[in-house]
Write a protein that binds this ligand. Structure first.
Ligand code: 26V
Length: 874
């Protein structure tokens, strides 16, 4: 598979020059005094007809009705909730477009340095509610929709989540987009427009996870603007040939694919600034093969068009089976090539010399997925711009920044050299693989100079891992080709420096390796998902919500009110109503009744052994067995608890899927047991999504973040729960540590071994194993009950139980007893309701640090060197 961007596409208009300039922000010509020139005298009519926001209820209803009748071609008598949602969304989109257009024009005029966030995942969730809140138009739309005979709450439910991501990494990208717009930063996102997002999770009668496609685009998507005229050619498979003496290259043959842009508007909160997320769709360059068609070979005729469209057909779940998959590599190249060409074209419109590229462009690589952008930019600079290697390398290493999101060795991306070779031919020196080899050679020479004769070090630091086959280590390439590398929480960044990047720190010095602790947008994760709490906060602080939503440290003002009984009662009443809202959701979706007077205990995240959902479910079983052994009187003294789980397992991850099966079957037994069901119940909510998180998070009293120490890079749902006044039960890991630093250790429940102990404990398990019976009799009892079939066929769970009984890589046996003690401490604390509510208020009050506004400003100032560029209000 040879893949190269067609050089013709770079820096050159695909249609008329003026047209292309329009796409990237056409500027009207100005006269010598700087006044705009309107050669045909059209200024007056353009200015008069310019659209402004529809802000009054009457204009809003008018525009919704207009969309029903024109865009949807329907009428009042045949419009349902879905139709009403679509018409309302289109009308909001009209409003967004006014700001989006002004923003893009303003950025073009001011020509500030811009940042680009390249992420294979953007887990956006729903848009309508968020857009209404950010535009400040929610109450007007609520009234307008009501006048038309609909309820805004009901129509909001009609929207499908845009689930173009797996979990934390993708949601982080979405939060950062929201913050960049809210902070007036000139930032664009670049990603892929997958036809199918993350799979829909179904649970079979036996409790197995089944995967179904997520055809989220089946209904028209009102939030995207197809830019059918913004396209780039990307070529796969083919031959690269040198031409003449210059050593430059041309390509021929292979598969030509078109990258088509779809723009998604990203409104900021309390500002006109509306940024852009550009998603690429793959399309066949030339319909179908006419020769085959004429020869009667219809299947052959459409084959290549099908395979072109396949590139952006589906999001890969993060899964061991992803690595080495040719289609995934094609996705990565297709996306980085199209994005870079687009960025370059926008830069070229500035008319600046190419040497100034890093003064106008910063590119953030979200994990290693876009790392091919490094050799691709080298190729463009050397081949197309005819720069010398050193000059090109200087530009590259001043343009890119790289965020690492995991230190788990099995999650670090590597690509087999033969696969890349197939993708990128070697014969021409300027091509990617050769570029990678050249980068590597120069780098290793420098390492050799600094550490002469240290062959092991060279082998560890090489971009190429020896073996059969050889592999390209993307993290090494990303580190070498970037200006800065960052981790996503203090502990994680320290682990990056001392483990996976240790050699690189010794080579480059520590200043290249920094930390930006993750953040979350308080717009979605408080104002939108917990509107009553948002209102109470504004009332209590006595300030407009946009003020504290954009400066989250203002929440500290709540601390002065913890002793106010009335305030505490209101705070607790809101939590209670959020629990009832969740119970209602469970009732309507699963037909199950939830006890809303119990403590709500929630763990929601991707299923993975390192996140230890297993520890949680074994703890639930332990609690069940303890309750069973009690007399009815004793049980009455206990604290009723409802445990919620949600999360998807990668389709090929057998152990994670078995954990789901165990949870579902434990739930069946426990929820049906008349002795215990008033004191303990358990729910696995299928098909976890952003929208489900928005209902679960505000309802939680306690949430669990219980990864083996040193394995969870940051976690971001921990921040979301705490922002909504839920307390945290966790290990000393990721951002849990910084949350505890902020809210005070007395307000969190920590347990378990610390990171420095983990390696020794793993060593012990391997070489000096202690039977579970000795280490934790309580855990041994739980495992035996599962084996014995208390929750159905015990044999089914043996592979899962054996991961614990044998090497126990994630240290369940070591942490089990301290976990149970922590759960008991939570129970005890909950008995003192007043103190619990105070803890809850203190927790919310101290979450200012975790706003994604803080994180994005950190990137903007310390990394990208971009400036706030507010769009003036007209
Ligand atoms: C990927 C894979 C792929 C292969 C098999 C095992 C495996 C395990 C984990 C991953 C995830 C890698 C990247 C990722 O999503 N990291 C998450 O990024 C979040 C945002 O920074 C952070 O909060 C989470 O702690 C981190 O796990």
């Amino acid at each position: 598979m040879t893949s190269v961007i067609d050089p013709k596409a770079i820096g050159k208009p695909q249609r008329s020059r003026r047209h292309v300039r329009t796409l990237t922000g056409y500027l009207p010509e100005t006269d010598s005094s700087g006044k705009e020139k309107w050669p045909r005298g059209e200024e007056k009519i353009w200015k008069e007809c310019s659209r402004h926001l529809d802000e009054d209820v009457q204009s809003i209803t008018k525009s919704v009705v207009n969309h029903v009748q024109t865009s949807l071609a329907r009428q009042a008598y045949n419009i349902d909730d879905l139709g009403a949602y679509q018409a309302a969304a289109l009308s909001v989109r009209d409003n967004l477009l006014v700001n989006w257009n002004d923003t893009q024009l303003h950025y073009t005029r001011k020509a500030p340095k811009r940042a680009y966030y390249l992420s294979l995942e953007f887990l956006m969730g729903r848009t309508l509610d968020n857009a209404l809140l950010n535009l400040g138009l929610k109450s007007q739309y609520k009234d307008g929709i009501k006048e038309l005979g609909f309820s805004l709450e009901d129509i909001l439910e009609q929207e499908r989540d845009a689930a173009l991501g797996n979990g934390g990494l993708g949601r982080l990208a979405a939060c950062y987009l929201d913050s960049s717009a809210s902070q007036d930063l000139p930032l664009w996102g670049y990603g892929l427009r997958y036809k199918y997002g993350i799979f829909q999770q179904l649970i079979s009668p036996e409790g197995n996870q089944l995967e179904a496609p997520d055809p989220w685009l089946d209904n028209q998507n009102p939030w995207e603007l197809p830019r059918l005229d913004v396209t780039y050619d990307v070529r796969f498979y083919g031959h690269a040939e040198r031409i003449g003496e210059t050593g430059r290259a041309t390509w021929s043959g292979g598969q030509e694919v078109l990258a088509v842009a779809y723009d998604v508007m990203i409104p900021g909160c309390g500002t006109k600034n509306t940024n852009n997320l550009r998603l690429w769709e793959s399309k066949p360059k030339r319909g179908f093969d006419l020769n085959s068609f004429n020869a009667g070979n219809y299947e052959g005729a459409v084959e290549s068009s099908n395979s072109a469209a396949a590139i952006t057909s589906v999001l890969y779940p993060n899964d061991h089976t992803t690595f080495g998959k040719e289609l995934r590599l094609k996705q990565q190249y297709f996306w980085t090539a199209a994005s870079l060409a687009d960025i370059l074209r926008r830069f070229k419109n500035l008319g600046k010399p190419i040497s100034e590229f890093p003064d106008f462009v910063a590119i953030q690589l979200n994990d290693t997925h876009p790392t091919l952008a490094i050799p691709e930019l080298m190729r463009i600079l050397v081949d197309e711009e005819e720069l010398r290697w050193d000059k090109a390398w200087e530009i590259v290493t001043n343009t890119f920044f790289f965020t690492n999101h995991t230190v788990l060795p099995e999650a670090l991306e590597k690509w087999p050299v033969p696969l890349l070779e197939h993708l990128l031919p070697r014969r021409v020196p300027e091509r990617h693989l050769q570029i990678i080899y050249d980068i590597n050679m120069q780098f290793l020479q420098a390492v050799e100079k600094k550490f002469p004769g240290d062959r092991d070090r060279l082998a560890r630091m090489s971009i190429i891992e020896e073996g059969v086959p050889k592999q390209v280590r993307m993290a090494n390439l990303a580190c070498i080709g970037d200006r800065k590398v960052n981790g996503v929480a203090e502990l994680h960044s320290e682990l990056v420096r001392t483990t996976i990047m240790k050699d690189f720190v010794e080579f480059y010095g520590v200043s290249k390796f920094a930390n930006v602790t993750n953040g979350i947008t308080p717009r979605r994760w408080l104002d939108q998902c917990n509107p009553e709490l948002s209102t109470l906060i504004s009332k209590t602080l006595g300030i407009d919500k946009t003020v504290w939503l954009k400066d989250l440290t203002k929440l500290e003002g709540l601390l002065a009110h913890t002793e106010d009984k009335k305030f505490r009662d209101e705070w607790a009443a809101i939590k209670q109503r959020n629990k009832e809202r969740l119970a209602h959701h469970v009732q309507t979706t699963l037909g199950l009744t939830v006890n809303t007077h119990a403590m709500f205990d929630v763990q929601i995240k991707r299923l993975h052994e390192y996140k230890r959902q297993t520890l949680n479910i074994l703890g639930v079983i332990h609690r069940y067995l303890t309750l069973k052994a009690m007399t009815p009187e004793e049980r009455k003294k206990t604290n009723p608890r409802v445990v919620f789980f949600a999360g998807k397992a990668a389709p090929a991850y057998y152990i994670a899927k078995l954990t789901i099966r165990l949870i579902v079957n434990v739930a069946r037994v426990i929820n049906d047991d008349p002795d215990t069901k008033n004191y303990l119940s358990l729910y696995f909510l299928p098909d976890y999504s952003v929208s489900l998180a928005e209902v679960l998070i505000p309802a939680s009293d306690i949430s669990q973040h219980i990864s083996t120490a040193g394995t969870e890079a940051s976690g971001t749902s921990n921040m979301k729960f705490c922002l909504n006044g839920g307390l945290l039960l966790g290990t000393v890991d990721g951002a849990n540590i910084e949350i505890a630093e902020e809210v005070g250790e007395s307000n969190v429940f920590f347990f378990g071994h610390l990171t420095p102990a983990v390696e020794d404990l793993r060593y012990q398990h391997l070489y000096h194993p202690v039977p579970v019976e000795e280490k934790s009799p309580a855990l041994a009892n739980v495992l035996n009950q599962v084996s014995a079939g208390l929750f159905g066929d015990g044999g089914v769970y043996e592979p899962l139980l054996n991961t614990i009984r044998q090497s126990d890589y994630y240290l369940i046996t070591d942490d089990f007893d301290s976990y149970i003690s922590a759960l008991n401490m939570v129970d005890e604390a909950y008995l003192d309701k007043d103190e619990w509510v105070k803890k809850s208020i203190r927790t919310t009050a101290k979450m200012g640090k975790f706003s994604s506004d803080r994180a994005i400003m950190d990137y903007a100032q310390e990394y990208w060197n971009i400036e706030q560029t507010p769009v003036p209000s007209s």
